[in-house]
Design a protein around this ligand. Structure first.
Ligand code: DOR
Ligand code: ZN
Length: 344
């Protein structure tokens, strides 16, 4: 096969940031994707309907001319989240999900949840109206090894929470483990998982073997090879429980290459080429459309995009090493393999 036309994909987990960075990175996503779930971990975070409306307006203003890209806004769940504000934002279609960060789990998560009893009423209301909760699924207990934090979160927090609030619709964001894939697969219609592009490509050796590689450091951190293979199997299986959420997370090189560097891989630019390569390697090109374009809208109870993109196979396509922003360069994720599929 040398040409593949699929429904235009969406990105169900994206960091666009704000200001100069927003202007620089938004065209990279808008080029190929129809819609994206926009992460609310700005400083300060997007916590009210008003914050979300204002952020959406800034995104719309930064959009390239003629782009039909639609941002799907989210609220950042805090222990003070106002139920009425949240319900009103959902009713008018302003927000499409709420994001749960355990406090301290990752970039700008300090305002996240420490005591889950304090958000129970909000979550019960979300279950009533079917509003999805996007979960950063890692415990923050310093005694838990960083490579175990996802699996421990599933057992000690996510599973009890889902039993406690039946009907709560949950997206396990950026799963990185076999345990995550197994739990999502068996969770029924109210549970799904996003998988990033980079977690299909790298394991922890890419970060740590032969010198430390800050550009491969993200959270949740990439795990052993057996977990990467479990994610590949899940993504390419066609199971509607799994769909694309790139977690494309731009940080300037200056902020990545520090003694305490920021977590995040920037994959917006080359994601579709990488995914086509990965799915072809696994003999699953016929499952790419489900993963990137159909399973996400189905879970979010939206129509798939009405238009298509075409991927064409040929000589390896090159992408820039970095994109320029007014704050400095942002390195584009290097998949360390030739990419033969370009979006035409
Ligand atoms: O690698 C990550 N980067 N993981 C996250 O959870 C947050 C994100 C960011 O905002 O930079
Ligand atoms: Zn993220």
């Amino acid at each position: 096969m040398t040409s593949l036309t699929i429904t235009r994909p969406d990105d169900w987990h994206l960091h666009l940031r704000d200001g100069d960075m927003l202007k620089a990175v938004l065209p990279e996503t808008a080029r190929h994707f129809g819609r994206a779930i926009i992460m609310p971990n700005l400083v300060p975070p997007v916590v009210t309907a008003r914050d979300a409306a204002e952020y959406r307006d800034r995104i719309m203003a930064a959009k390239p001319d003629n782009s039909k890209f639609q941002p799907l806004m989210t609220l950042y769940l805090t222990e003070e989240t106002d139920v009425r504000d949240l319900r009103a934002a959902a009713e008018i279609g302003l927000i499409h999900a709420v994001k749960l960060y355990p406090a301290g789990a990752t970039t700008n998560s300090a305002s996240g949840v420490k005591d889950f009893t304090k958000v129970k009423r909000v979550l019960e209301n979300m279950a009533q109206i079917g509003l999805p909760l996007c979960v950063h699924g890692e415990v923050t207990d310093p005694d838990v090894d960083i490579f175990d934090r996802e699996a421990v979160f599933i057992d000690t927090i996510l599973d009890p929470l889902r039993r406690d609030i039946p009907g709560l619709r949950v997206v396990m964001e950026h799963i990185t483990t076999k345990q995550g894939a197994d739990y999502a697969r068996e969770g029924g219609d109210d549970l799904a998982a996003t998988i990033t592009t980079h977690h299909l490509v790298i394991n922890r050796n890419h970060i740590l073997a032969g010198g430390i590689k800050p550009h491969y450091y993200c959270l949740p951190v990439a795990k052993r090879e057996e977990h990467r293979l479990a994610l590949r199997a899940a993504a390419t299986s066609g199971d509607p429980s799994f769909f694309l959420g790139t977690d494309s997370a731009p940080h300037t090189d200056a902020n990545k290459l520090l003694p305490c560097g920021c977590a995040g891989c920037f994959t917006a630019t080359n994601t579709m080429s990488i995914l086509a390569e990965v799915f072809e390697q696994d003999d699953a090109l016929d499952k790419l459309e489900g993963f990137a374009s159909l399973n996400g809208p189905k879970f979010y109870r939206m129509e798939p995009n009405a238009d298509t993109i075409t991927l064409t196979k040929g000589n390896p396509v090159t992408y820039p090493d970095h994109i320029a922003t007014d704050q400095g360069p942002v390195t584009v994720f290097d998949p360390q393999m030739p990419l033969h599929w370009r979006v035409t």
